[in-house]
Design a binder for this molecule. Structure first.
Ligand SMILES: [Zn+2]
Length: 351
């Protein structure tokens, strides 16, 4: 039997206790002192899902204070010029290092908006098996065959925004993604308010940002059960503040994403710290960080997997370090490596 102890994320909240693992499965979740020496101590959680990334631009150094369109708008934003100039080896290196850093921070999967068409998706799939890939077509005209080839390797399609593209083009892509049973998503109301009725008509699995959304737009997302992925550090770079307290008050599910690798480390603790600061400034509480940080990204991805730790589930678990007594602030402050328990090998994974 293996034991992980500390603070355990259960469906009833975080308990002070331990998890026993037998034959790769969670055999017990108990409060109190562990029965034997634990393999690792800290905040015991299922591996986190980073719900929005662009991993390929990890090597780009961003000058401070650039406008969002100058930096990331296709095709001439600095990021796209950088990606076009990147050879395959440099791209693979960016991606591999980004993934390694993600895993060592307790992230089990990241949902990546991969630029560069089918080829861009293949590079990521080859480098990182666990990546959830949202491809982006290169063709400016709707090309059924290109979308089909992207969906052969990717998990879905992720578009920049409805402001950058013809609506009919976006609708055709969204229809094709739905027919294939894959994920469709896009950035929404990041720079300017966009037509939420049109966005929701595309049946997105989730939308990203909503920094410029009106109250009614947020409410519509909540009513349609479309989660909102908040990228607080990325928004702060552009001097935007996501209305996170309102999102919660209206009942929207919030997941967190670290967005562009060039701006934010793949560390949900750093991301959640920025989210917490905004949330508290808007009158929210620290408890409201737990769902967005630990559970809601998993909900987007795994309809068949548990988001909390319970008896019988595969012991694919992560332990985030913290020092001293447990506090969410302590977990968010810590930058040490996470411990990952692998149920197949029945021990820890070295990153
Ligand atoms: Zn993005």
């Amino acid at each position: 039997m293996d034991v992980l102890n500390g603070s355990v994320l259960t469906v009833d909240g975080i308990i002070d206790g331990y998890v026993c693992i037998e034959n790769g499965k969670v055999a017990a979740v108990e409060e109190g002192k562990p029965p034997e020496k634990p393999l690792a101590s800290g905040m015991v959680i299922p591996p986190m899902v980073n719900a929005h990334t662009h991993c390929a631009d990890a090597g780009l150094k961003v000058p401070p204070g650039m406008a969002v369109e100058d930096l990331v708008a296709p095709p001439n934003g600095l990021k796209h010029v950088y990606l076009k100039g990147l050879d395959d080896r440099a791209l693979e290196k960016n991606i591999t290092e980004y993934a390694r850093s993600s895993f060592s921070n307790g992230i089990g999967a990241f949902i990546d908006f991969r630029e560069g068409g089918e080829k861009g998706c293949r590079v990521l799939r080859k480098a990182v098996r666990e990546a959830v890939i949202m491809g982006r077509p290169l063709s400016e005209e709707y090309d059924e065959h290109e979308i089909s080839r992207i969906l052969d390797v990717a998990d879905g399609i992720g578009l920049s925004s409805i402001s950058d593209m013809d609506h009919r083009y976006i609708e055709k892509i969204a229809d094709q993604v739905r027919t294939r049973g894959k994920l469709f998503s896009l950035h929404a109301s990041e720079r300017i308010r966009e037509d939420i009725d049109f966005i929701l008509s595309l049946d997105p699995a989730f939308v990203i940002h909503m920094t410029e959304a009106a109250d009614s737009d947020i409410l519509k997302c909540a009513e349609s059960e479309v989660p909102i992925v908040v990228c607080a550090r990325s928004n702060m770079y552009y001097r935007k503040t996501p209305p996170v307290k309102k999102m919660l008050a209206f009942g929207a599910d919030i997941a967190l994403g670290t967005d562009n690798a060039m701006m934010g480390s793949p560390d949900m603790r750093a991301e959640a710290s920025a989210f917490r600061d905004i949330l508290l400034s808007q009158g929210g509480t620290l408890d409201d960080v737990i769902g967005p940080m630990f559970s809601n990204g998993r909900k987007i991805l795994y309809t068949h997997k548990k988001v909390h730790i319970s008896v019988g589930m595969p012991a694919d678990l992560t332990v985030l370090p913290y020092s001293g007594e447990f506090s969410m602030d302590g977990v968010l402050r810590e930058r040490g490596k996470a411990f990952r328990y692998d149920p197949k090998r029945r021990n820890s994974i070295e990153f």
